[in-house]
Design a protein around this ligand. Structure first.
Ligand code: ADP
Ligand code: ZN
Length: 529
């Protein structure tokens, strides 16, 4: 019976025939009276998971949501589908609020959307304590956690609101942010009772993932655009300056591209955005300010000129590709410089005034940890798809067989000599430099930076000139990962020796082996699939 009802509602109110992975289970759990914590990525279809139970249960569901525009959209869509729903937020006048609550109290609505700040106002409490509430749903539930990226103090008071209710309704929480810590915070802050927890919908089988390293990124992007000349795509850069530079470069190279960042006038931004949406501009170069609320289904590729600050950012941005379910590509162009840019951006990020010194320190540490995980994605030789899925807490097979790394040939190389040379170089220069100076010295690069610091006079200069830049970077990174070197945690990221460094210089030391991706192979393999 219930089975039929769910499907019926899916069809009549939302116009769909089948549920997406995970939706039905969540709906069933809520209907059985169990609390739920569901982690689903943006666009996976969270709303249905609480809207359908809300329609099936007697009484009114209260949906807590942080974004006024989102509430308005949803209520509008529900009303158009013939569902009684309303919202209470700061966009309403006093008398509109009073009227809505009056109707709510009379049981008029199946769903009522509310901003968290409104919950504990006397009028809302009065309604909530006298109405028959079917469920409390907390949307964007990560806002509850200080470890989330959008902490909202008003979210912390949701639990106090729930405690004031005469009868505790089912509580369901939804978010796209899945880190362990954030999930724990949601569970404990909301006081969820024996909840059904699920992480679902993260896999996007039609997306191809790849990380490319080395070479000129501008040139690689130029080539990519030339090879995909009929397709629509987004190129993300970390900074406004980066957008402007790449934009000019590509324009000079004869491409018709548009750009988007927060430093442009609202009119210019709007024009760029519309050109892109209506297929007048095929490619847009943008900062992460672009894309919120943009619903363009035929984006065939999302390129990243720089590494984003977290996997959350990356997946959200890359996930704008292939919304229509057709194959699409997500390629990240990585260089170790990106980690540096990432750290600089984090250091200059403004932290809200009302945090204590200790809280700021911990927030910064969390940010750094996210950056490290992002770097891990860029440098792993393992399956990229399973890296993503595991990061978000979803089960994943070991190799997807279809990402850049799975298709690439992984090679191994004994770099014991090079590793020993790195130790000597770091030691001889007094541990004063970061990886690019050390690598540059060993490679024998002839640059002003190296000459200014007289590194061209160092005994290490040019000793590994045959290794090549990409492998040199792999060696240093592997040394840091394995504890043979340490990188300072400040923005300078200086390389320091550790107690293990000496081991690499010892006679008869174990071989130092690195594995790396044979880049050309990925290109070939991709063409075949
Ligand atoms: P989220 O809140 O997770 O970001 P939404 O609830 O806004 O995602 O849903 C994203 C889109 O997917 C919406 O257009 C929605 O109508 C659609 N959608 C949700 N569930 C289904 C389904 N079972 N079948 C087809 N489309 C669906
Ligand atoms: Zn893979």
């Amino acid at each position: 019976m219930e089975e039929e009802q769910k499907k019926q509602i899916l069809k009549t109110y939302f116009g769909y025939d089948t549920f997406r992975p995970g939706q039905e289970e969540i709906i069933d759990q809520i209907l059985s009276g169990r609390d739920v914590l569901a982690v689903m990525p943006t666009g996976a279809g969270k709303s249905l998971c609480y809207q359908i139970p809300a329609l099936l249960m007697p009484g009114t569901a209260v949906i807590v949501s942080p974004l006024i525009s989102l509430m308005m959209d949803q209520v509008k869509a529900l009303n158009e589908a013939g569902v009684h729903a309303a919202y209470i937020n700061s966009s309403l006048t006093e008398s509109q609020t009073a009227r809505a609550l009056e109707l709510a109290k009379a049981g008029r609505y199946k769903l009522i959307y509310v901003a968290p700040e409104r919950l504990e106002t006397p009028r809302f409490l009065d309604f909530a304590c006298h109405a028959h509430l079917s469920m409390i749903t907390v949307d964007e539930a990560h806002c509850i956690s200080q470890w989330g990226q959008d902490f909202r103090p008003s979210y912390v008071r949701i639990s106090s609101f729930i405690r004031q209710l005469p009868v505790r309704p089912v509580v369901s929480a939804f978010t796209a942010t899945a880190t362990e810590k954030v999930r724990e915070d949601i569970l404990s802050s909301l006081g969820l009772v024996r909840p059904y927890e699920t992480v679902t919908g993260f896999d996007r089988p039609n997306l191809y993932f790849e990380v490319q390293k080395g070479g000129s990124k501008k040139e690689r992007i130029r080539r990519y655009l030339a090879e995909h000349s009929s397709q629509s795509g987004i190129v993300y850069c970390a900074t406004r300056k980066g957008v402007d530079e790449l934009y000019l470069y590509l324009e000079n190279a004869g491409f018709s591209v548009s750009r988007y960042h927060a430093g442009m006038s609202p009119e210019a931004r709007k024009a760029s955005q519309e050109d892109f949406i209506y297929d007048r501009g095929r490619v847009i170069i943008a900062t992460n300010a672009f894309g919120m609320g943009i619903d363009k289904s035929n984006v065939r590729f999302v390129l990243h000129y720089n590494m984003p600050q977290s996997m959350e950012h990356y997946y959200q941005e890359a996930g704008r590709a292939g919304r229509d379910g057709e194959p699409a590509e997500c390629i990240l162009f990585y260089s170790p410089q990106d980690t540096m840019i990432g750290r600089l951006l984090l250091e200059s990020k403004e932290v809200e005034q009302d945090y204590t010194e200790e809280e700021r320190r911990m927030i910064r540490e969390q940010d750094m940890e996210r950056l490290r995980k992002m770097e891990g994605y860029c440098t792993t030789t393992g399956c990229l798809r399973s890296y993503i899925l595991r990061y978000f807490g979803e089960q994943a097979e070991d190799g997807c067989g279809s990402c850049g790394n799975c298709l690439a040939e992984i090679e191994q190389m004994d770099v014991s000599e090079a590793a020993a040379d790195v130790v000597r170089c770091v030691r001889d220069c007094g541990q004063r430099f970061g990886q690019s100076m050390i690598a540059g010295t060993l490679l024998g690069e002839n640059t002003g930076r190296i000459r200014d610091r007289s590194m061209d006079k160092s005994p290490s200069y040019g000793k590994q000139s045959k290794l090549g830049k990409a492998r040199m970077q792999d060696v240093i990174r592997a040394m840091v990962e394995r504890g043979y070197l340490r990188q300072t945690k400040d923005k300078y990221m200086l390389l320091k020796l550790t107690e293990r460094s000496e081991e690499l210089l010892e006679e008869g030391a174990e071989s130092f082996i690195i594995s790396y991706k044979k880049e050309e192979k990925a290109e070939e393999g991709k063409g075949k699939s």
